[in-house]
Design a protein around this ligand. Sequence first.
Ligand SMILES: [Zn+2]
Length: 340
Amino acid sequence: MRALRLHGDRDLRLEEMENPPHPGPGEVQVRVHAVGLNHIDVWGFRGMAFAKRKMPLVVGAEAAGAVVAIGEDVTHVDVGDKVALYGARTCGICRACVEGRDNLCENVGGIMGFHVDGFACDFVNMPQRLVVKVPDEVSFEDAACAPIAFGTVQHMLFDNARLEPGESVLVHAGGSGIGTAAIKMAKAIGCTVYTTVGDDEKGEKAKALGADHVINYRNERFEGEVRRLTKRKGVDVVFEHVGADTWNGSLLCLKRGGRLVTCGSTSGVSTTMNLMQLFQQQYRIFGSFGCSMRNIRESLDKMASGLTPVIDTVFPLEHFAQGLERLESRKVFGKILVRF
Ligand SMILES: [Zn+2]
């Protein structure tokens, strides 16, 4: 089979590999059809000195495909089923895993495509509990955005920040894969959405997705704009993933008792914070990473009912690196996918 393997920093090679063996008990074999790209792939591609991993490494952390073989004792999927794949080797036996909250696994064996072999290959064997059946009406491309992009946003907005209909939310980087998903999910329940973008063309696209107020952060300070637009009240929820550059501005955008939820730090991992502001304003801050198995099912249900991902570009497998470079360039609006 074909596999796309990382040999070193920015050194990706399309290679021939042995097919995986027939799936063992409780395992399924999946023919991969689409892989979604995420910032974690960019970090992996650039090289991260502190990540424990062995090269060469099959890349790809988020994918969908079709079941082509099943092992003994597989009950919840069958050959021919379309499935989305959970991208972390969680233990399946700790309390969090048993409850389906795999992103809190106590014995996680690594993130696929980053620490251990991932999905950018023709066939992969998976434990049945880490595959989620995809409704017929959802395409492979869309389904490949469920395990990380949609699942993460679902978990951030609804499990962590507990966003309610009618509330206001600031979504940072409204043109990103998760930003576009957050705008659509928040609008779908009737929230007022403020979003930041880096150029006016993205601003128009974000408005077309339903964003009520678009702020070009290159022209104006977003925190000033949000305070002006909300008549100094601030928003209920800030959806963060930019990190150091925006952190304190994001806190200033919150109303008293507001919630900030973050899943990323693309602009830097360290910042300082005013603790008096934190407790006096009674902010609630949530760190969020990955999602539960339920979040993937919820995401796929949303897609089936028409809340589909915004897709920027679909590249063929051999252009995976080009996809990563496009993601790195920040020119992207929506998700980048690789199709097999
Ligand atoms: Zn576990």
